[in-house]
Design a protein around this ligand. Structure first.
Ligand code: HEC
Ligand code: HEC
Length: 217
């Protein structure tokens, strides 16, 4: 799906996104109500039922089970053991070492202490025009990206502890939005993984899983 399936296209304003002109958007909102109602009513508000529980990658969920899946040889779902190191597979360290080798070796990777880059940000939906991007990063864990949109700069910054984003059209009093939770964790990961020498520290307990295949498509 694309943003324009639910939001009116060719209009970059927040007001256009907020408008309820497209029926699919209203359906999507009803779906949130379905999901929240089930979780609130039966699971004490825990996030047990999600969009995936019913949709499983399909726009309209199947209400008749697929016999090919019921009686087929291939498991459509990731096995429970997906989080464990699979027997017969190489250790994660071996895989990561190959990556470090490919980028010129761990020693060389560690000499990279800062990074300035210019490129193009290609989004999708109504704003899919390529836009200039600037990126500034330090191996001590700082990262700023600036996308130059027609309506002004869209900026994300991580200072090593906190992260913020500022986008065009975000009105006062909160033009700069602090990130927290998973967004903050993601900002930290982005800043760290720009430097290949840090891949083993950025995430721990790496495991190599079973070879698998996407169930959806
Ligand atoms: C399947 C339908 C669907 C798609 C696809 C979708 N949205 Fe939405 N969007 C919604 C719904 C529903 C809401 C309102 C949620 C609410 O009312 O709590 C919403 C709200 C928003 C809002 C907040 C508008 C306001 O009320 O201030 C923005 C901004 C937004 N969407 C942007 C996007 C962008 C960008 C994309 C593409 C990356 C996208 N949406 C794709 C359904 C969709
Ligand atoms: C309890 C099961 C269930 C859950 C949970 C659920 N859906 Fe649905 N959804 C359905 C069913 C069933 C339909 C088809 C309804 C129909 O045919 O009229 C549907 C239809 C839709 C459609 C319309 C598709 C189309 O092309 O008409 C959208 C969009 C959608 N769901 C989004 C979501 C989102 C987003 C979530 C999570 C917030 C969600 N659904 C959670 C069961 C569910």
């Amino acid at each position: 799906m694309n943003c324009t399936h639910c939001h009116s296209g060719n209009d970059y304003t927040v007001e256009a996104y907020a408008a309820d002109t497209i029926e699919l958007k209203q359906t999507a909102r009803k779906m949130m109500v379905i999901m929240n109602t089930i979780n609130q009513s039966f699971f004490a508000g825990r996030q047990v039922i999600t969009c995936w529980t019913c949709h499983q990658g399909e726009q309209i969920p199947h209400n008749v089970p697929n016999l090919l899946i019921q009686y087929g040889q291939t498991l459509p779902y990731e096995p429970e053991e997906a989080n464990q190191q699979a027997p017969g597979q190489p250790a994660a360290d071996e895989v990561l070492d190959k990556y470090l080798q490919a980028v010129g070796g761990a020693q060389r990777a560690n000499t990279l202490t800062s990074l300035v880059a210019k490129g193009t940000n290609r989004g999708y939906g109504p704003e899919n025009t390529p836009r200039p991007l600037e990126l500034y990063a330090k191996a001590t864990g700082q990262l700023t990206t600036i996308t130059k949109t027609d309506d002004g700069d869209s900026t994300s910054t991580y200072d090593g502890r906190n992260a913020w984003s500022a986008v065009p059209h975000k009105p006062a009093p909160d033009p700069v939005l602090p990130l927290n939770g998973d967004d903050l964790a993601g900002a930290k990961l982005d800043a760290t993984l720009l430097f290949p020498g840090k891949i083993k520290q950025a995430l721990v307990e790496w495991r190599v899983g079973f070879p698998s295949r996407s169930p959806c498509r």
